[in-house]
Design a protein around this ligand. Structure first.
Ligand code: BG6
Length: 302
């Protein structure tokens, strides 16, 4: 992989894109344009931060996150692929392997509307095929503007079909988890991962007063994360996703994770744009699928 300095020479753009080093051998793309600031690690093509001008940070990033090869960053937007959650073979990493590997930066571009577009990619190699025997290419297009958009294109390059699950596992920053509502999943069925995957139906908004770990399916509508103390709505528009995972580990589980900052569970909520549980994506040779998410912020209207 290229060093941060080499990447800076090739992809740096005056006054908007610079490539720095978070830890040795660990490049991070810093975007700072007229609309927003954001940072994206090449490791995992992981959007770590996003902050539109005049707003508090939109994504939650643990102060104790670890920046080293093979370890997923705690917070931001991990890309879970080609499987979501634990693999039945426990030797294989939870949430797939692409969040634990370095991606390539393909291009950086400053657009006429003041937004910045980055394209990152990853494909199969011997190591990936030792865990998952298929030939694939993933391309993530990130556009940083007033809105943050992610488009993950997955393509089957081999001669056998495959099925995948996965997610854009967004961690959002909130003022106080007990004072937020997740809207848009009312009357949707969910499986409760804390109650042996029992099925329920959501009534009203989702609220948090303890650990919560649920897969909503079918969940096709856009979602709103309403933050009452911050008086703002985080709007989530999704494409190519039929399920949504909502997660907060609460105190005990968060404390069991070394990279989860102490007390941090109070300031985060995961609302994950997913394909999992009831829905998998099947790709025949040559086929592709696009999983997309657009995140924006508005003053709430309540
Ligand atoms: C969520 C899952 O998506 O990710 C949880 O629903 C899991 O069950 C959480 O604990 C975090 O996973 P990880 O592998 O990043 O610690």
């Amino acid at each position: 992989m290229n060093s941060a300095l080499q990447l800076q020479r090739k992809f740096g753009i005056n006054n908007s894109v610079s490539i720095t080093q978070k830890s040795p051998g660990y490049p991070v793309i810093e975007v700072d344009n007229e609309h927003a600031r954001a940072s994206i690690a090449l490791h995992g093509a992981h959007v770590m931060t996003f902050q539109p001008r005049g707003q508090a940070p939109v994504l939650w990033l643990s102060r104790d996150a670890v920046y080293c090869k093979g370890k997923a960053i705690r917070g931001g937007i991990p890309i879970c692929w080609p499987w979501f959650g634990e693999h039945p073979d426990r030797e294989k990493p939870a949430h797939g392997f692409v969040r634990n590997r370095f991606w390539q930066l393909e291009s950086s571009e400053q657009l006429d509307n003041g937004c910045t577009r980055l394209i990152l990619s990853i494909g199969d190699d011997e190591q990936s095929r030792s865990m998952w025997s298929y030939y694939f290419r993933l391309r993530l297009t990130v556009v940083v503007g007033n809105e943050l958009t992610l488009a993950l294109e997955m393509e089957n390059l081999g001669s056998s079909p495959f099925t995948i699950t996965g997610a854009l596992h967004s961690y959002f920053s909130v003022a106080d988890v007990s004072k937020v509502d997740v809207l848009g999943l009312e009357d949707v069925q969910y499986i409760d991962q804390l109650l042996g995957n029992k099925q329920f139906t959501q009534t009203g908004p989702i609220r948090f007063d303890g650990e919560l770990d649920r897969v909503y399916y079918p969940a096709l509508a856009n979602e709103i994360l309403r933050d009452y103390p911050l008086n703002r709505d985080i709007l989530l528009k999704k494409t190519g996703s039929c399920s949504t995972v909502v997660w907060n580990p609460w105190l005990t589980k968060a404390d069991s994770m070394d990279d989860f900052e102490q007390g941090g569970y109070r300031n985060m909520v995961c609302v994950e744009t997913a394909n999992t549980a009831g829905n998998v994506v099947r790709l025949a040779p040559g086929e592709s699928h696009l999983l997309g998410l657009a995140i924006s912020v508005e003053a709430n209207r309540v």
